[in-house]
Each structure stands twice: as C-alpha cells, then as structure tokens.
Design a protein. Structure first.
Length: 277
C-alpha cells in the first residue's frame, strides 16, 4: 500500500470522529454569506481577504474569513458556480469519504495561507490579497482526475468532458508558473499541495469509480430489503457481530477502504483492520 494511503488510513482511525460531515454544504454556505456581504457591506467584505501584511499587524481573523470570499461577484454567475462547486465537492466526498475530502480541503486551506505568506516574504508587497482561487482550482482538478469522462455542458450547449477542462486548468497553471516570479511559483506549488499529495502519491483513488459506488449502493439496498423480508437484522458489525437488535442506538457504516461490502458499528468503524482481497 502507498505510504500516503497508509498514513491517511492511520489518521482516519485516530481522528475520523472529528470529520466534518457534508462539508461541501458548508463551503457553499460560506461563499453565499461572502457574496451577500459583498453586496450589503463591501467595506467589511474587503477586510475578509487573506492579507499577510494585515495579519501580521493584528488582523488575524483574515486567516479564516478568506474562506467566505466567493468565486464571483456576479449574481447570475454565482448561482451557477455555487451549484457547480457543491456538485463536484459532493461527488468527491461520496467517492473518497468525508475524512479524506476534509483532509484534501484543509490541506488546500493551509497551502493557500502558506503561499500568501511566502509570497509576502519574497516580495514584501503589503497589498497581497488572496481568496480561494487556487483552492477552488485544486478542487476542480481533483474532480477532473476522479471523473475524467463525465460530461458538462459549456454555456449549457456545448458538451465537454471534464478531463479536457482539467487539462486547460493545468495548462493555465503551468503558464502562470513559467511566466510568474519566484513568489508566484512557490504560491502555486504550495496551494496545489493537496492535489500533488493525493494524485501524484496515491493511485488507489482511481480504483474507486462512480460505477463502483452505484454497484455498492445497489447491493446494500438489496441486502437490506432481503434482510427485512426475512425478519433478520439489517445491520451487523463485521468485527463484534452486534446488530441494531442488540442496541437500537448503534450506528453502522460501510467501509470504503475494505475490498467488499463490510459494515461496522460506531465502535469499530475507525479501529478495524481493513480487509484486502
């Protein structure tokens, strides 16, 4: 198993309980709040951008508030953008699992912060204002790498496979890297650290396709239906064997990293040994 994959598995066993479920929803809500703030209080919204100089002079809230900076300030465009980003983030969370999506997103957040300070350290420019541009781009690149053959409709007319849009983004980043100064180059690399770690160092995600997810979901529905008809428990922990009949308050989840359909109770979801065929 890849070292990064092993590390992620170990981290999930230890810290998986702190995962923020349905993180894509909160991301979109933050952007929506930021857009409203730009409309009703633009002066306050301007103080939300990440500015290393301002942070070092006491405006530490910018380390967090830059996450509400929306991708666009156009009302019509922002609606499509928010729906699109919610869709791609939700797809990534469903395929990777909530923990790994959390890790990917927050590595991007930390990378954006580090990139801004590195850029400031090199240029000494007090007017560096950063939002979530590179973070959003890293999310889309992850989506393009995970769902390369999915088709989106440009301008709601022209069908384009996501992988080609991902290639265009990668070319844009490459040009910016080549033509930019040292600070820009470092900022791009650090901000894209999540994508580099997940896709340059991990191959296992390519084995988890939307088709495989649908297959597992269909299998689980069939198992649940058959168990209900036979008067048998719908859920059984693969480690301790407990069912919902033993404790109606128990929660059960399937493990996306085990080869096969294995279900675990809340006490063993993050502590079991993954089954590999």
């Amino acid at each position: 198993m890849n070292p990064i994959q092993k590390f992620l598995n170990k981290m999930e066993r230890k810290f998986g309980r702190y995962t923020i479920p349905n993180l894509p929803f909160y991301i979109v809500v933050l952007y929506a709040i930021g857009f409203v703030l730009q409309v009703v209080a633009p002066n306050i919204a301007a103080m939300c951008y990440l500015n290393p100089y301002a942070v070092l002079h006491g405006q530490v809230w910018r380390l967090v508030t830059f996450l509400i900076v929306p991708p666009s300030d156009n009302l019509i465009f922002i609606l499509f953008v928010l729906l699109f980003y919610y869709s791609i983030c939700q797809s990534l969370e469903r395929v990777w699992g909530s923990f790994r999506f959390n890790v990917y997103f927050f590595i991007g957040v930390i990378g954006t912060i580090l990139g801004s300070f590195i850029l400031y350290a090199i240029t000494k420019n007090p007017y560096i204002f950063m939002g979530t541009y590179y973070l959003n781009m890293s999310l889309f690149l992850a989506f393009a790498a995970s769902f390369p053959d999915m088709v989106v409709y440009f301008m709601m007319i022209l069908p384009i496979k996501v992988k080609w849009l991902g290639v265009l983004d990668a070319i844009y980043l490459l040009i910016a890297f080549i033509q930019g100064d040292m600070g820009t180059r470092i900022s791009i690399v650090v901000a894209m650290l999540n994508f580099i770690l997940f896709f340059a160092g991990t191959k296992n995600y390519k084995k988890i396709s939307p088709k495989e997810i649908r297959r597992k979901q269909t299998y689980r529905r069939e198992v649940d239906h058959a168990s209900t008809k036979a008067g048998q428990p719908r859920h059984r922990c693969a480690v301790c064997g407990r069912t919902e009949f033993d404790d109606p308050n128990l929660e059960f989840r399937y493990c996306s990293k085990c080869d096969g359909d294995y279900e675990y109770c809340q006490d063993h979801l993050f502590t079991h040994t993954h089954i590999k065929k």
